[in-house]
Design a binder for this molecule. Structure first.
Ligand code: TZD
Ligand code: CA
Length: 530
């Protein structure tokens, strides 16, 4: 039966935006929203809010659509904050809602009051709000959805008092169901013509693509531009997605993460186009010159802050897909030869009782289906992974955009829910897995057929690398012995087996990939290193 409450109107509004999957973990403040949960909606329960947000993040990244998250007041929000660091940097259009105490109990600070609710998630949300009256809840939600999706996309936060839901919705709210908000940030022909000319005339042009390319499914535009220019292509540093097919002859790999090393890789190039990434997202502190002498950087991004922040380059703030398409049309060169493709590393001999990560990736690359999508969170093996894997379609790779661990397992569940026709393989370290481990339960309960591969090297491998860079080799707390991920997985209802050699891994991965309706976890003993 249709009623005229804020609640039923809100569900109508969510329907309009296709937001019928709700990721949440409820408390008393949220129950009045969830009451009479409509049958055309699905609620995906996560057992801890970090996992809830990580799953929603994966879902939003893979669909590109606004995604609703429902958290419990301040405590639930707090648990989700680490995961929000990634969602913020990956420009994930999450609409995070949190139940507030009843309006009349906020002043006396009753239990579960979200004190100063709008401040709590800052600065990891684009916009944060608590409606001043019940009647404003639907309009505020409509704004939260648009704020999340309009450029630059990112998470928004809405705190909603629980005694608002049964109040009547004002007739004025009906306009919200008719609204349409569009953006038109197409670069003008003059802006494109100048850049096209620079690229045509360049002696040795270079292309660098980043996550916005994949988010806007502009991968094929990137390929067309590379083909026309015959230019090599790097993936922008601190990569969180795969913007360019790794089996294309132009593909060189991922740029390193320090000022000096990046400059070394750009050496010899006179015009460098960076599309859909910051210039640059550094990580390691190895000082040096930003750019080789006389190199000119052309930087196109939809992110105004990144354009403003950049320490060099000529920037164009515009839609990246449209800009690349316009450049493809405008660049007028013929007969440029593509570079020779880079070679994949060979398989090496494994020691007894463990696999080299490179050998594991080599096998995985051979056995995974062509349309596989990887969610990666094993930090020390990033380079090795990119050297081995074939990723040729959009949405083939997701890595935590801010390096906040706890993304891998949950995001894999979200990506698999978003793309039921593709198989998601999560490649996660034995350190990283612990931060989002409860996602295994959701995968089991909702029959989400992710293949989880845990790389067990017993250590925080990446930190060992940093420890030597920072002269802190004697730091405590760098090892994680004594974990049995098969036992943990089974405890959460996920079938699991361990492998410590290539034959066992090959057998397990082959059968895991064939499973249609349930997840499977493979724990692989790996060496620390290549
Ligand atoms: N806590 C959180 C939430 N995010 C982090 N990034 C870290 C701690 C620090 N950290 C890293 O940046 S990498 C890493 C830690 C603890 C080690 C991850 O170990 P792993 O992978 O087993 O998942 P490798 O391949 O052994 O590095
Ligand atoms: Ca590890």
């Amino acid at each position: 039966m249709k009623d005229n409450t804020i609640r039923s109107f809100t569900y109508e509004l969510l329907r309009k935006y296709g937001m019928t999957t709700v990721f949440g973990n409820p408390g008393s403040n949220e129950l009045p929203f969830l009451k009479n949960f409509p049958s055309d909606f699905r609620y995906i329960l996560g057992l801890q809010e970090g996992a809830v947000l990580g799953m929603a993040d994966g879902y939003a990244l893979a669909t590109g659509q606004p995604t609703l998250v429902n958290l419990h007041a301040a405590a639930g929000t707090g648990n989700a904050m680490g995961a929000l660091t990634n969602a913020y940097y990956s420009q994930s259009p999450l609409v995070v809602t949190a139940g507030q105490q009843a309006r009349n109990l906020v002043g006396v600070e009753a239990m579960l009051t979200n004190v100063d609710a709008t401040q709590l998630p800052k600065p990891l949300v684009k916009w944060s709000y608590e409606p001043a009256e019940a009647e404003d809840v639907p309009r505020a939600l409509s704004q939260a959805i648009h704020e999340a999706t309009l450029p630059t996309p990112g998470p928004t936060y809405l705190s909603i008092p629980h005694n608002d839901w049964d109040k009547p919705a004002s007739a004025n709210m009906a306009h919200l169901l008719q609204r349409h908000v569009d953006v038109g940030a197409r670069p003008n022909p003059g802006q494109i013509a100048g850049w096209a000319e620079l690229l045509e005339r360049a002696r040795k042009p270079l292309l660098i693509f980043g996550p916005e390319v994949d988010a806007q499914q502009a991968n094929s535009d990137a390929v067309k531009l590379a083909n026309k220019l015959g230019a090599p292509v790097w993936v922008a540093p601190s990569e969180s997605r795969c913007p360019f097919p790794t089996d294309h002859p132009s593909f060189r790999g991922v740029l390193p993460i320090s000022i000096r090393e990046i400059c070394e890789h750009l050496e010899g190039h006179d015009v460098i186009l960076v599309a859909g990434a910051p210039v640059f997202r550094y990580h390691k502190d190895i000082p040096g010159n930003y750019l080789p002498e006389d190199a000119k950087v052309l930087h196109v991004t939809g992110d105004t802050h990144q354009a403003a922040r950049a320490p060099f380059g000529e920037a164009l703030v515009a839609n990246v897909k449209q800009s690349l398409a316009a450049l493809v049309d405008a660049v007028n060169v013929k007969g440029r030869k593509l570079p020779k493709p880079i070679k994949k590393p060979k398989r090496t001999d494994d020691p007894i009782g463990a696999m080299h990560p490179g050998n594991l990736f080599h096998l995985l690359d051979q056995l995974a289906p062509d349309n596989v999508s990887y969610v990666k969170e094993a930090t020390a093996t990033k380079e090795t992974f990119w050297a081995h894997m074939t990723m040729s379609q959009p949405n083939s790779y997701f890595f935590p955009a801010a390096g906040g661990l706890g993304f891998g397992l949950p995001a894999a569940v979200g990506v698999q829910l978003a793309m039921p026709d593709r198989r998601v393989v999560a490649v996660v370290g034995d350190g990283s897995a612990n931060y989002g481990i409860t996602a295994l339960w959701t995968a089991a309960q909702y029959q989400v057929p992710v293949v989880f591969i845990i790389l067990k090297n017993g250590t925080y491998g990446a930190l060992r690398g940093f420890a030597s860079l920072l002269g802190a080799e004697d730091s405590p707390g760098l090892d994680v012995p004594g974990l049995d991920f098969c036992a943990i997985a089974r405890g959460y209802g996920v079938e699991a087996e361990s492998a410590n050699n290539a034959e066992a891994f090959e057998r397990l991965i082959s059968s895991a990939i064939r499973q249609q309706n349930r997840p499977f976890l493979i724990e692989v003993s790996t060496t620390f290193g290549e």
